[in-house]
Write a protein that binds this ligand. Structure first.
Ligand SMILES: *Cc1c(COP(=O)(O)O)cnc(C)c1O
Length: 396
């Protein structure tokens, strides 16, 4: 069987028969990508405002990243971080320290976002010798049992209870409730917050919230974990969203866009956040292939000024989305950089389908929000195309 000749139906039939069934997918089989575009098995072309949920920041099949990966494949794919040093990994570790705010120095490398959260939880509990973790309503931090304990959505949590004890949720944006929760009992090990809530519906942190959270953590010797798994690496128009407010967490979690599509994440920590050797680890974490992809991705973001482009094009995109607020069934357009949401007064499923049928892929967030996470290389013309299509679909 040749990859090029499989039809959509053949692909979907096989998948439906042999996959776990835990995903509810759109009936489109994507087989190729280039930059902001992707193609399905029937050769239909799409502008991709999903980018693999914000993963393909540097665009699909990015030539610089592809070259780096291909070189590393022929050099060395695997070196267990628990046993040996590696040149590429050492360079990535240094690079992460360089591009994050100063006190953030040391990284634990992972293969996904949820693992970066698991690491953050273990390093926080191990360092503080406290157990409580304070998270927020609408938060999404991942699906493994520790990260899921920090995630808010009842539907995701309920079937798997009891989850990890010691997790508490307070309303996002409410500093008084946060301080009460941090103070409770022996004091919290950590507060964990998204800089912009992504899966929950693209909600920006209210003015002063992240700074206030930093102060509360300092007052009560709790650690601040900022989850930038979705916002990191330029998405919001800064390399990291915390730069918009000038705070530094004790632990920063990153993943999605980090490897240009190759699975990699990290918990990046200041000096003094530590676990004894042997208390955490990962077989694949820190492997040279993923590290090389991440290095090439970061270098591409820097050399092509994608952070500045995300800021500029994000502003333009949001301006266009704001014009939809005059429609009766549109509640609000909001976003930061190229992390954008258009909230409707109804469920968005049928609009996502209509967009797709007209060649635009977008995401859902929190049921009523159409979310756009395009590659950071999206042009104004492409944004115009997306916005025109959105008018066709929403103006009934
Ligand atoms: C996607 C995401 C995660 C989970 O990452 P996975 O790689 O899917 O495990 C955690 N936190 C935030 C903010 C995310 O957007």
């Amino acid at each position: 069987m040749s990859l090029d000749t499989m039809t959509t139906t053949e692909i979907i039939d096989r998948d439906a028969k042999y996959t776990s069934g835990v995903y509810k997918k759109t009936p489109v089989a994507l087989v190729r990508g280039e930059g902001v575009r992707v193609w399905d098995a029937d050769r239909n072309e799409y502008i991709d405002c999903t980018a693999g949920v914000g993963v393909a920041g540097v665009g699909h099949a990015n030539p610089a990243v592809a070259r780096a990966i291909s070189d590393q494949v022929n050099r060395l794919i695997t070196v267990a971080e628990g046993y040996f040093y590696n040149d590429v990994r050492a360079q990535l570790l240094e690079k992460l320290a360089e591009i994050t705010p100063d006190p953030l120095q040391r990284s634990f490398l992972t293969n996904s976002g949820t693992e970066a959260i698991e690491a953050a939880i273990k390093f926080a509990r191990g360092t503080t010798r406290r157990s409580n973790i304070i998270a927020t309503m609408r938060a999404f931090h991942g699906r493994t049992l520790g990260a899921l304990s920090a995630t808010w959505k009842r539907k995701y949590r309920k079937p798997f209870e009891p989850l990890v004890p010691g997790f508490h949720h307070v309303p996002y944006g409410d500093l008084d409730r946060l301080e009460d929760a941090v103070r409770d009992g022996d004091g919290a090990a950590a507060v964990i917050l998204e800089a912009v809530q992504g899966e929950g519906g693209v909600y920006l942190a209210p003015e002063g919230y992240l700074k206030g959270a930093r102060e509360i953590c300092d007052r009560h010797q709790a650690l601040l974990v900022i989850d930038e798994i979705q916002t990191g690496f330029g998405r919001t128009g800064r390399m990291f969203a915390i730069e918009h407010v000038g705070i530094t967490p004790d632990i920063l979690t990153v993943a999605k866009a980090m490897g240009g599509g190759v699975p990699i994440g990290a918990a990046i920590m200041r000096d003094g956040i530590e676990l004894e050797p042997g208390l955490h680890g990962s077989t694949f974490g820190g492997n040279p292939l993923a590290c090389r992809a991440a290095l090439a991705t970061i270098q591409y973001i820097e050399e092509h000024h994608l952070v500045e482009k995300a800021a500029e094009h994000g502003r333009y995109f949001l301006e266009q989305l704001k014009r939809f607020e005059r429609l009766d069934h549109v509640r609000e357009a909001r976003g930061l950089g190229l992390m954008l949401g258009l909230q409707l007064r109804e469920k968005v499923g049928k609009y996502l389908t209509a967009l797709r049928e007209r060649g635009v892929l977008a995401l859902i967030a929190g049921n009523t929000v159409i979310r756009f996470l395009p590659p950071l290389i999206i042009t104004k013309d492409e944004i115009d195309r997306v916005v025109e299509t959105l008018w066709e679909v929403l103006e009934r």
